[in-house]
Write a protein that binds this ligand. Structure first.
Ligand code: NDP
Length: 597
């Protein structure tokens, strides 16, 4: 038995009570997209649309999505000598999530040294341990420029159809701009969080004041800029923000400083651990940035979240701290007692202790006792996206900022002039929707197109009972296609870009091999794909999908993982095992499970 002085039974009961308050029958259906009545809220406020003629040519590789996935795959292909690469992107420039999310205070939550891809290749030194969004967006531009990805890119363009033409062994791609071009290979990296959603609150369409989603920040209205200039037009405004997830946690401190009054409507509090950001010292950076450094950092970060007990922790952040605590608890036991059960118990104890510290932080930072109490998160740390911030809790000490705690119920109604919560009306000038992004829907519903593979097979039909891939990347029946996303692969949620860089390495090695050998197409065998999916499904899954957790997108809004979305798990032995497997697979040069023809 590991040791903790906390009353675990009482905590478990409290967690269950808080979860039960929040369970609701409509689950994911409670949200609405930014379309139809809300079309205006979806418009790109950052870059004017350029008119252009439709494109009807042929490229070697077309990649859908110009975020980290498209950029890194594009860079790796260029490095491998594939020059004809076109990225198709719905935003006005590269960046993906970092193109859209320009809300004040936006910043990466994973250390920049491992979050920003291709640091070694571009020679860029991040300025801070956790850099701010403008630097991340600039880095995207840097990759695009360095690897010549701008010339062929199509911006403000959405793919509407993607079809494999068997006789010609290429893909036909149609877009919202009338393009109809072909590509030998396609990649898809549309991102897990790219379809913004609004809470489906009764009367939401009635509001007559200003309203926008955080991923379409209206600086015309608020004043200020993504670079941190104060929002000088809010001084006479009463602003409401709906939502208290990772996005709200970053922008609330800025709104609190700028607005005459800020009302933060909270349904479920986030856990807010210490951020402890600091500038990066160029001398230190030079000393560690020796060849191969970023891969060493990736490996070290993953090692520190596995059961390998590494000596050093390069990153030293909230993610690796949790693992360190678990490890210390396990190591305090005699090795004869190291069993899967004691490791799970150590995990649980470390989690109870961590969350108790995080709750105590509310009391020590927030002056008003009721507000402090209401900001406490009653669930395990990985039930919801853990947040790290050193000004969020402090913002509730600003005289104009008020927490509207709804005890799990949320905003009840929106009127022409404001909102209703806890049966009380709140008149406001502006509503900021920090209500997140669609997650629980099918891949093809979020992508906005349904790839048609061999013999007219639609991806939505191939995946009707759950996704099926080899290595999370290739799909039987869909030759020369690569899907860049973490499921059925490493599923390393604490550092999404690592998953992307690794997939890009795999894609570049497969395509290089196919091109060098003069092959027309490459596709996984059904047998290899079935074996891989069985391996994925043999895993226990992660605590983050658990129905013991408070509802949120991690656990399908409380419904838990259906058999269909269980297919979205990662390698059963964890990220480290996946990365090791796929590195060996690539290096062997055998490409086992793929058929080239
Ligand atoms: P989330 O989905 O995490 O949060 C949505 C918020 O809206 C929740 O607090 C939710 O409450 C609340 N909400 C929904 N409906 C209502 C309602 N009717 N009344 C009141 N509140 C309501 O979205 P975010 O944009 O914050 O974050 C999405 C993800 O994006 C993060 O989890 C993270 O993965 C990523 N992200 C990453 C960042 C980074 O790395 N730097 C920064 C920001 C985001 P409830 O919890 O009760 O459902």
């Amino acid at each position: 038995m590991t040791q903790t002085t906390l009353d675990k039974d009482a905590l478990k009961q409290k967690y269950a009570e808080e979860r039960d308050k929040r369970l609701r029958a409509d689950g994911n259906e409670q949200y609405v997209r930014l379309e139809g009545t809300f079309d205006d809220l979806a418009a790109d406020p950052y870059t004017p649309r350029q008119e252009r003629d439709p494109v009807t040519d042929h490229v070697t590789f077309a990649f859908i999505g110009g975020g980290f996935a498209g950029l890194v795959v594009g860079a790796r292909l260029k490095q491998a000598g594939i020059d004809s690469v076109r990225i198709i992107e719905k935003g006005g420039d590269f960046g993906g999530t970092w193109y859209w999310n320009r809300y004040p205070g936006a910043q990466c939550d994973t250390a920049s040294m491992i979050y920003l891809p291709l640091l070694e290749e571009t020679g860029h030194m991040p300025t801070e341990k956790y850099v701010h969004a403008p630097e991340i967006r600039d880095h995207c531009g840097r990759i695009g420029t360095q690897f010549d990805l701008y010339d062929q890119a199509l911006f403000h363009t959405e793919v509407t159809a993607l079809e494999w033409q068997e006789d010609k062994a290429h893909w036909l791609i149609k877009t919202s701009r009338g393009d109809a071009f072909t590509a030998k290979y396609v990649g898809m990296g549309t991102g897990p969080l790219h379809v913004a959603k609004l809470p489906g609150i009764a009367g939401i369409e009635r509001f007559k004041g200003k309203a926008f989603h955080t991923s379409r920040w209206d600086y015309e209205y608020t004043g200020g800029s993504p670079d941190g200039a104060p929002m000088d037009k809010l001084g006479d405004k009463r602003v409401a923000i709906i939502g208290t997830g990772a996005t709200a946690v970053q922008c609330v401190p800025h709104l609190a400083k700028a607005a005459k009054e800020l009302l933060v409507f909270q349904r479920t509090p986030s856990s807010i651990d210490v951020r402890d950001n600091s500038p990066i010292d160029p001398d230190w950076f030079e000393s560690i940035a020796t060849p191969g450094w970023q891969q060493r950092w990736y490996d070290n970060f993953v090692d520190n979240q596995s059961q390998g007990f590494p000596e050093e922790d390069y990153v030293m952040d909230g993610w690796t701290e949790l693992s360190r605590r678990i490890r210390e608890k396990v190591q305090a036991l005699p090795p004869t007692k190291w069993t899967p059960e004691t490791v799970l118990e150590a995990f649980e104890d470390a989690d109870f202790e961590k969350m108790s510290e995080i709750r105590a932080r509310c009391d020590s930072v927030v002056e008003d006792k009721d507000t402090a109490e209401n900001l406490k998160a009653w669930y395990r740390q990985l039930c919801k996206r853990p947040c790290f911030h050193d000004q969020y809790l402090q913002a509730f000490n600003e005289p104009g900022t008020r927490l509207i705690h709804t005890d799990g119920k949320g905003v009840e109604e929106i009127m022409e002039t404001g909102l209703v919560a806890n049966g009380q009306d709140y008149e406001v000038d502006c509503i900021v929707y920090a209500s997140g992004f669609e997650v629980g829907s099918d891949y093809t519903a979020r992508a906005g197109f349904d790839p048609i593979g061999k013999s007219g097979l639609a991806l939505s039909d191939a995946w009707a009972d759950g996704m099926r891939t080899l290595h999370g990347l290739n799909v039987n029946g869909f030759p020369n296609a690569f899907i860049v996303q973490p499921s059925q692969a490493a599923n390393l949620i604490s550092n999404v870009p690592h998953n992307i860089v690794d997939h890009a390495n795999t894609i570049a090695s497969i395509v290089s091999h196919a091109e060098a050998q003069g092959h027309a197409s490459v596709e996984p065998t059904l047998e290899a794909q079935d074996a891989w999916v069985s391996l994925v499904l043999s895993g226990q899954g992660m605590m983050i999908g658990s129905t013991e957790c408070t509802p949120g997108y991690y656990n399908n809004e409380g419904a838990g993982l259906s058999e269909k979305n269980r297919h979205g798990l990662g390698h059963p032995a964890g990220a480290k095992a996946y990365f090791a497997h796929i590195a060996n697979w690539r290096e062997s040069g055998e490409f086992k499970g793929l058929t080239f023809s």
